[in-house]
Design a protein around this ligand. Structure first.
Ligand SMILES: [Zn+2]
Length: 221
């Protein structure tokens, strides 16, 4: 950092939102204690025999469900793309199952992601795309944001002619509480480049994933 304070710069900064403070990670003991608190809040006794091991198990489950914070998908994809070898047709990977958690209730979001892209010079293997979805899913999410993050990550690393991502999911915060709407699937999409600009390319993708004209073009950006 520059030690000389520029008053103009300081004022400009004062009007900007304060940078996010780095979050202090919680210790395993703190996380387990929080689970004990929630058990008491639910009305049960965390010291009864059946619940003694529960805080440790919940925290281990959280390690798995929220393991996506440790990875940067951009760095990961940058290391793993391959040259296309002249392939210039749309690549579609459909029905990538994911489990995520909504950031409003921390309740499960379970669904499938379909990804399409029209490569320019670079492609990635199927397992890499599935891994990309997993990294974003294993964070606290809202479906719209996850859909957009997957699309923009692929777009920025592969620099293809276009990217299409459609996510279909059920939100257990809707099906098991609140409005109790079972059987409702939420569909979100993000269309970039040729998938946004060219109806035929978008249609080719939607047909490939079995969604003839159902989405696309409206909420793409
Ligand atoms: Zn929710």
């Amino acid at each position: 950092m520059d030690k000389i304070v520029n008053p103009k710069r300081t004022r400009a900064r004062a009007s900007e939102p304060a940078p996010a403070q780095p979050v202090r990670p919680a210790s395993r003991e703190e996380a387990e204690e929080a689970v004990r608190t929630l058990i008491r809040w639910a009305g049960d006794d965390p010291d009864r025999e059946g619940l003694l091991g529960t805080p440790a198990r919940v925290v281990r489950a959280y390690e798995e469900w929220f393991s996506g914070y440790k990875d940067d998908p951009r760095e990961y994809l940058k290391r793993t793309f391959e040259e296309t070898g002249g392939y210039d047709e749309v690549v579609v990977l459909r029905d990538i199952r994911f489990e995520s958690h909504c950031e409003h209730h921390m309740a499960p979001i379970i669904g499938r992601v379909h990804i399409g892209y029209l490569p320019r010079n670079r492609v990635v293997g199927i397992s890499k795309l599935a891994r990309l979805v997993e990294v974003y899913a294993r964070r606290l999410q809202i479906q719209e944001k996850m859909t957009a993050e997957i699309a923009s990550c692929l777009d920025s690393v592969l620099k293809p002619h276009g990217v299409a991502v459609v996510t279909e999911a059920t939100h257990q915060c809707m099906t098991t509480r609140g409005v109790h709407k079972t059987g409702v699937t939420m569909v979100t999409s993000r269309m970039i480049g040729v998938f946004r600009d060219r109806a035929e390319t978008r249609q080719e993708f939607l047909t490939a994933i079995g969604m003839r004209g159902a989405v696309g073009g409206v909420n793409g950006a």
